[in-house]
Design a protein around this ligand. Sequence first.
Ligand SMILES: *Cc1c(COP(=O)(O)O)cnc(C)c1O
Ligand SMILES: [Zn+2]
Length: 407
Amino acid sequence: MAKEYIYKCVNCGSEYTNQEILYLCPLCAKENKEGQPLKGVLKVLYPYIEIKNRLEIQPDYLIKSDYIDLLPIHTVDSFPPLLVGKTPLYTYKQEGNIPFFLHLKVESSNPTFSFKDRASALVSAFAKEKGIQTIIAASTGNAGSSLAGICASQKQKAIILVPEKAPKAKLTQVLMYGAKLIPVKGNYDDAYDLSLKLTEQKGWYNRNTAFNPLTIEGKKTVAFELFEQMDVFPDKVFVPVGDGVILAGVYKGFEDLLELSLIDKIPQIIAVQAEGSSNLIDNLIGEEHHFNSASTLADSISVDIPRNFYMARDYINRFQGLGIKVSDAEIIDASQYLANQFGLFVEPAAAAAYAGLIKYQIEDQIVKDEQIVILLTGNGLKDIDSVFKSLDFPKPIDPNSFDLDMI
Ligand SMILES: *Cc1c(COP(=O)(O)O)cnc(C)c1O
Ligand SMILES: [Zn+2]
């Protein structure tokens, strides 16, 4: 039985019913140039009216079926055996001047310790249903380590192209999971271009972020979980942003629920970027875009060209999202605060989202008793170097002669 869904181009609106493998809108893809955000990123749309009718008869069927009608695969059995998503959400009542409810969504609980597993799992499931054995991706770190781990669990082969200087822990993961690691001379763009060539020549399936529309569809599942896990619907969700695929995924998940009248509004999404890598929020208005080369210690959100720029920008503007920039020093502070106040050690990109909240609080933008969600997108052990420098490492003491007052 064919599964019903269509692809719609974010730039020109063309629709494709093609059930075969489709990446970018073929019309818009022709305009793509090196060093530019992707034109022709596709959004997957479902037969919402039919699903709505079914929900009237059986209100809990979507939840019971793990939202299969809102995914471009036939069965959830195609997903990896590892538990992807269904991550914990911890709630804290924050007192203080303006009390509010803080909800921390701990995405580092995913199998390879980052949010990227949501996208990899769907891409892997889709490949499995299409009988494709090999998946390739260009990545600066987490997307690659995620695809490698997910593929290992599915007995699929992963080929990971990385720019020369990707973080060590993430590359170690790729190799441990048994994927083929190909470091490419140059930057992410060079690795990216080569991955497209290999996709074409070898017939492998490609997981590049935004290029493959299923990366957005996979990431949207976090919105479904928030919808289920929270007694009170979130007012605001803080999302760390690099290429803008997590951001678009969060929006898309809520948009699906809105289409089905399961919710009546979309939470305000706060896009948090590093001061040294703010190409999305610096270009929210106007037709002329200027992309500056990125520099931040938060490697997962260090992005020269936000690949999913057009879709992310459209969502932010349509649903009154907001952008906040945080400095590297604020990211490190937030990282230490999360670790010592909540026992949650997350990587700098994830801490950036929390740093965004601190800034927001200082600017007095919080509304009394509102429900605020922070996506903690990756684990702190993936990048210890960036926090190590800010720690005071104690000197060893002589166990036979030391001053008791020193301890
Ligand atoms: C990839 C990533 C992000 C940013 O996601 P985009 O889709 O590139 O905006 C944030 N945090 C972590 C840990 C990531 O790996
Ligand atoms: Zn198009």
